[in-house]
Design a protein. Structure first.
Length: 564
């Protein structure tokens, strides 16, 4: 018989935004499936009713689509005009909350075979046993007290509606995991107790649901982070008990920060907490966030604010929060292509050289899908080098055409910088692009370059050194040129880039001045500093009335400096 087609899956829990580590797992799952002409399954593990949300699930789907990681089998959605997902093989639904009957059938069969059993201890009783174990300095394992109750009585109590959980009876033997990355890993029976497979609320636990779904969806290869390795012996025991095939496992290295700490969603929380402490914040400085909520959060390090609230606080406190989730990187102006390239290198090495003999680092998704294998996956933790990612992103922007850069920025800014987005026509931006693009490492950098258009005409903060250099130095020749050009600019028709540049050139020629001696004072007056895109374009996007108002104010400030 021909070998079964390769089927991989990515199964996020919709309890928040897609972590960058989850994105890497999805990337590797997709790449391995594509390499072997297989299928990539997306499944939403939403059995944790307290923490899961439809909004989070939708956000994860959007993040995957933005990255370009399209799934073959999974929820059908339309993202950015593209239809993704489907159930061609008839193995759905792909939300675990819609598969409860399937799980219950399997659990009932396990109970009937004696491989699982109902247990009736209350949470308080279990907590008391845990404390006793700590006091006696012994491991806290479930003592199988429920098995001392006759099976008939357990069944009667369940039928009577008594609250209970269902536990899986772990075999009293060692279990070996053959891992494609880590090799043979054997765990003794003393490492596990009889874990819960159905909770008191009637929902299955992760362990039961993931095993059933992988089997029924035909998953042949499970690629996931090394933090899941401890769960794999449990899953193999369940697979054997239910007569399922054991898939091939490959546990990927974890992603750590440059300082060796685990890259966690709590990093954002820590950054904003530190800023609140430094600023003396004790309640909410944001009207949309409840003050009592912030006060309680600040007093309790175990609490976490939603990501959106953290971002609002960070904006008010002018603090940068580290990018952790895919949405963070998108918001910060990173592009999906260099981000995917960078993620692929976190734990995987293509083991190829460039024509110059250097290790190959720059490649696209098609290359990864053609070459990804387990032999290139490392065993040690990967470190997230933010400077390297920024360099990748800057290189990608540098290689874009001006038109592609503008269109990419317009789509990004419509969502993340609406104020600036609405101030320019596409034609203006294309003219500005040659001056902007080489200075941009991310799309967000456009605001640094073009933010002058948003400044309050009466509130520009002129740097004293810049003012002195371009207007006051050498007998205030720059100020004189600025006053002269003020009258010229008031008459330029039309007030467009070409006519403005011609007027500046004419004034410089007439007064036997270099172009910089005329252009720089104007640039300082209208932007607040000596760096901007081409002057004609800069003035055009500001507009005549606002440009003249800024010049008048700058002249007034400069003259006050002279007389003072």
């Amino acid at each position: 018989m021909p070998p079964a087609p390769v089927i991989t899956r990515f199964a996020p829990s919709p309890t928040g935004h897609l972590h960058i580590g989850g994105a890497r797992t999805a990337l590797f799952c997709l790449a391995y499936a594509r390499k072997h002409s297989g299928r990539f399954v997306l499944r939403i593990e939403d059995t944790d009713q307290r923490r899961s949300s439809e909004a989070a699930a939708g956000g994860i789907l959007e993040d995957l689509a933005w990255l370009g990681l399209a799934w073959d089998d999974g929820p059908e959605v339309e993202v950015a005009g593209a239809n993704l997902g489907g159930d061609e093989r008839g193995v759905g639904p792909f939300h675990q909350s819609k598969r409860l009957d399937t799980y219950n059938e399997r659990i009932d069969a396990l109970i009937a075979s004696g491989a699982a059993y109902a247990a009736f201890e209350t949470p308080d009783e279990l907590e008391a046993k845990r404390r006793e174990a700590i006091a006696q300095k012994v491991g806290n394992r479930y003592d199988r007290a429920a098995l001392e109750i006759p099976a008939e009585e357990r069944a009667r109590r369940v039928a009577a509606g008594e609250e209970h959980v269902v536990r899986f009876r772990m075999p009293d033997e060692a279990i070996s995991v053959h891992d494609e990355v880590l090799g043979e890993v054997t765990v003794g029976p003393d490492e596990f107790d009889d874990f819960i497979i159905r909770k008191r609320d009637g929902f299955p636990t992760y362990h039961l649901a993931v095993v059933v779904d992988d089997a029924l969806m035909g998953v042949t290869h499970v690629l996931r982070g090394q933090e899941h390795l401890i769960n794999t012996p449990r899953h193999i025991a369940l697979q054997r008990a239910m007569g399922f095939n054991v898939p091939t496992y490959a546990h990927m290295p974890l992603i750590f920060n440059a300082d060796g700490s685990k890259m966690s969603k709590r990093d954002k929380d820590k950054a904003v907490r530190a800023a609140c402490k430094a600023s003396g914040v004790s309640e909410s400085p944001v009207a949309s966030i409840d003050g009592a909520t912030v006060a309680a959060w600040l007093k309790d390090k175990t609490r976490q604010l939603p990501s959106e609230a953290l971002l609002e606080l960070a904006a008010v406190l002018s603090v940068e929060v580290p990018e952790i989730d895919v949405g963070d990187f998108q918001r910060a102006g990173y592009l999906p292509q260099p981000l995917l390239n960078f993620l692929a290198l976190l734990g995987w090495n293509p083991k190829q050289k460039t024509a110059g003999g250097q290790d190959l680092e720059r490649f696209d998704l098609d290359f990864l899908c053609a070459h990804f294998d387990f032999g290139g996956v490392g065993k040690t933790n990967a470190k997230f080098d933010r400077a390297k990612l920024l360099s990748f992103n800057a290189d990608y922007i540098a290689e874009m055409s001006d038109e592609a850069f503008v269109d990419t920025w317009l789509a990004w800014a419509e969502r993340y910088d609406a104020d600036l987005h609405g101030r320019f026509t596409r034609e203006q931006l294309v003219r500005l692009a040659p001056a902007m693009r080489p200075r941009c490492k991310t799309l967000r950098d456009v605001r640094t370059i073009l933010g002058f258009v948003l400044l309050d005409d009466a509130g520009i903060d002129y740097d004293g050194k810049v003012l002195h250099k371009h207007l006051l130095k050498g007998g205030a020749k720059g100020l004189e040129a600025l006053e002269g050009m003020r009258g010229v600019l008031a008459e330029v028709q039309p007030f467009g880039a070409a006519a403005i540049d011609a007027a500046v050139a004419g004034y410089a020629s007439e007064h036997e001045l270099g172009m910089g001696k005329v252009a720089q004072p104007i640039r300082v007056a209208v932007t607040g500093n000596g760096v901007s895109p081409p002057l004609g374009d800069t003035l055009e996007v500001i507009g005549r009335e606002r440009a003249l108002a800024r010049i008048d104010r700058c002249v007034q400030i400069a003259k006050a400096e002279v007389s003072g």
